[in-house]
Design a protein. Structure first.
Length: 524
């Protein structure tokens, strides 16, 4: 808990902070040092807020079993506000805000939906639809799931408390599961890829975009700020934007940043500057203290691969997005790439891929790569070296002007599975044709966006046409560079359904021409 200096003589708005998914729990919002009062909590208190942070059940030193933002966690959030009402006279319960990062972000949204005392929410690294974050386009995001499950299940019990100066700590006890029985079973089902409908039911009770919660979040006296990332590898950025667009509340704001899950707000939680935490404090000032100006351009977006450029602001998400441009996929081969062409409808073709891993991948690391991206250090791909036997590749002509891709890329492709299930993974790259340039960093390609899609329970050997939505993006392609589309069958971040299949056929016909639509327009 953190209090303003004059907490004994006045009432102040209350901010409640559910913890992110971290072994130190609520302490992620504070820095413990005998000489410093620092951290997100301290900064909020200094601005005149009563701040109460807590670790959800099963996290850090909190008792109980982990409910993954379920009904028990939602009830706990209300119980925390009740406790403040009974014990902290300085808290004004007519002005309650909630904020959190990651796990705490989802908790904040779900609790605000259930407790009408909450008037403002800030959700950093939020999720909209938990099901799609774990099982998007019928494809398990296995690395994200394994990372979350590992954090939930294998913490020492209890975790040690940081101290200053650091003190020797005893060896941790063996990791123990802190999951309740329902969550334990659902997590095992995800690992085994069974009972997916049970996962959907479990996720619906924990997804702010589900009607049960969205209807309550749309009450007129609730203000909601959402933050996500262009290369989000934990929670789908598409569902966060869907949640934002589904909000009809009188005041809402969306910030989409360069990087990956939790990257930007980390410095802010430690008490230093970050766009999300500064925006959070301004949001609470506006909606809990009536200080500041109402947002007129609430969609705030950073541009890849230029994190230091000024963020752009728009009145609506639709104002931000470019109109989609359709590129036909002309026939690729094992010896030559196909072309991306906007001028004609294309022709019928068929191409068979070997089911093998390639050097194309969503990212080289989970979450950590995003930190480098925020420092303008994007992963360097060499798409020219990808095996054309294991991937189908298409390229467009180099652009004469700078081009901005803003919105959703979507691929239309016909797939012929050899068994009842099959997975394809698609990547869009910003590529260069130069064999060697100075500086050398320009020799490499960078990923723009990606997607996977799994066809399930299909008749083997029968073609099926699929529409694949990519993760949302805002990317500036420099003049002289071009776009390259890569389609293969495996990625280390995903659990593919290709099994023991050795080949997969993709194709295009006159009735179902394969194409990719890209929201691209010249950038002046």
């Amino acid at each position: 808990m953190a209090l303003p200096e004059n907490a004994q003589t006045a009432e102040y708005p209350l901010i409640v902070l559910p913890a992110p998914l971290a072994p130190i729990g609520w302490r992620a919002y504070a820095v413990f040092h005998p000489l410093l009062k620092k951290g997100f909590m301290a900064n909020l208190a200094a601005k005149g807020y009563v701040v109460v942070a807590y670790s959800e059940r099963g996290l850090s030193h909190s008792g109980g079993k982990i409910d993954v933002a379920g009904p028990r966690d939602q009830a706990d959030g209300t119980a925390v506000i009740d406790w403040v009402s009974e014990h902290i006279q300085a808290a004004d319960l007519s002005r309650v805000g909630m904020a959190g990062a990651s796990y705490g972000a989802g908790q904040s949204l779900l609790i605000a939906a259930k407790d009408k005392r909450v008037k403002a929410v800030v959700a950093m690294s939020a999720w909209g639809d938990l099901f799609k974050s774990l099982y998007e386009n019928e494809t398990r995001h296995i690395k994200a799931f394994q990372a979350l499950r590992g954090l939930f299940q294998t913490w020492p019990s209890p975790p040690s408390i940081p101290s200053f100066p650091p003190q020797p700590q005893p060896d941790p006890m063996p990791g123990v599961s802190r999951l309740n029985a329902e969550t334990e079973q659902v997590f095992q089902n995800i690992a085994d890829n069974v009972e997916i409908e049970q996962l959907r039911e479990f996720a619906d009770k924990r997804s702010p975009i589900h009607p049960e919660f969205l209807d309550e979040l749309n009450r007129p006296d609730l203000a909601i700020l959402l933050c996500t990332y262009w290369h989000e590898t934990i929670f789908s950025n598409t569902t966060v934007v869907d949640l934002f667009n589904g909000l009809t509340t009188g005041s809402k704001k969306l910030i989409v940043q360069v990087g990956d899950h939790g990257n930007a707000e980390g410095t802010g939680l430690a008490g230093e500057y970050s766009r999300p935490t500064v925006a959070a404090m301004n949001w609470f000032d506006l909606h809990l203290r009536d200080e500041g100006d109402q947002e007129t351009e609430p969609v705030v977006v950073e541009t890849m691969p230029y994190p230091y450029a000024d963020a752009q602001r728009y009145r609506t998400w639709e104002d931000f997005t470019n109109a989609p441009v359709r590129f036909t996929l002309h026939p690729p081969s094992a010896d030559a790439d196909g072309s991306l062409d906007t001028q004609d409808a294309g022709q019928s073709w068929s191409h068979t891929l070997q089911v093998e891993e390639t050097s194309a991948e969503i990212a080289d690391t989970l979450v950590q790569r995003g930190i480098s991206e925020r420092l303008a250090q994007f992963y360097r791909y060499s798409t020219r070296n990808i095996s054309r036997k294991n991937a189908a590749i298409w390229s467009c002509a180099p652009f004469g002007d700078n081009q901005r891709i803003s919105g959703e890329v979507r691929l239309r492709l016909t797939v012929t599975p050899q068994t009842k299930d099959a997975t394809i993974v698609a990547y869009l790259f910003d590529a260069t044709a130069e064999p060697f340039t100075i500086p050398p960093s320009k020799n490499f390609d960078r990923i723009v966006t990606s997607a996977a899609y799994t066809v399930l329970d299909r008749e083997p050997g029968v073609p099926v046409t699929i529409d694949v939505p990519f993760q949302l993006t805002n990317y500036l392609v420099r003049a002289g560079r071009f776009l390259r589309l890569v389609v293969d069958t495996k990625d280390k971040f995903l659990a593919d359904a290709n099994g023991d299949t050795t080949t997969l056929t993709i194709s295009s016909t006159a009735d179902h021409p394969s194409s990719i639509t890209i929201p691209v327009a010249a950038q002046t």
